[in-house]
Write a protein that binds this ligand. Sequence first.
Ligand code: DHB
Ligand code: MG
Length: 221
Amino acid sequence: MNQNLFTAVDSYIDDLYIPHDEALEAALQKAQEMGQRRIVISPNQGKFLHILALLCRARRILEIGTFVGYSAIWLARALPPDGRLITLEREEHHAEIARSILAQAGLSNMVEVRVGDALESMSHLEVEHSASFDMVFIDAEKEPYPDFLQSSLRLVRPGGLIVADNAIRHGQVIDHNNTDSGIEGIRHYNAELASNPRCTATIVQTVGVKGYDGMSIAIVR
Ligand code: DHB
Ligand code: MG
């Protein structure tokens, strides 16, 4: 692994394609201050999500795991003026930070940060908004990833996308001696997606400032 090279190439990509942006940088700064920079997606991963949302012409997006709102900014900026992002966050403190950063980004009207257990929030959403989201982005605790998937399958419309961060975890997913509950969660997520007849899926391996990981992408038919 040549982490220095991956980091330098990430900077190269960011210099080319990621314009300076106060709100995005404020979100990263906040994560850094909290000692949690590593759990936020990288700038060019944010751009990648933004492009996926544009590709599926997303009007309604659901995000599982808000943290400081960094990925929420990228996703919400792909929405049309009447679009909506609902983002789920367990910690009230994180939700407050995210709301203030989203306000700074001018996105308060388009983004709703819902606090609570994500699976509970999702089961409420299933009642009112079954099969109505164009895209779901999963980037929260890893152990319940398979449950997030099952609920997402009920929430996404036919033709919609389910995207999940951290699908490879430095290659730990293929080390079957690794029985960490988070790794097991991701492994089950990947396997369930593979065997689901409604999904066409793959994983894009990623390297960069966050090391070696992967982004899972599925289209639901
Ligand atoms: C870590 C990275 C992530 O992208 C995430 O969502 C959670 C944890 C990590 O490296 O610890
Ligand atoms: Mg992640």
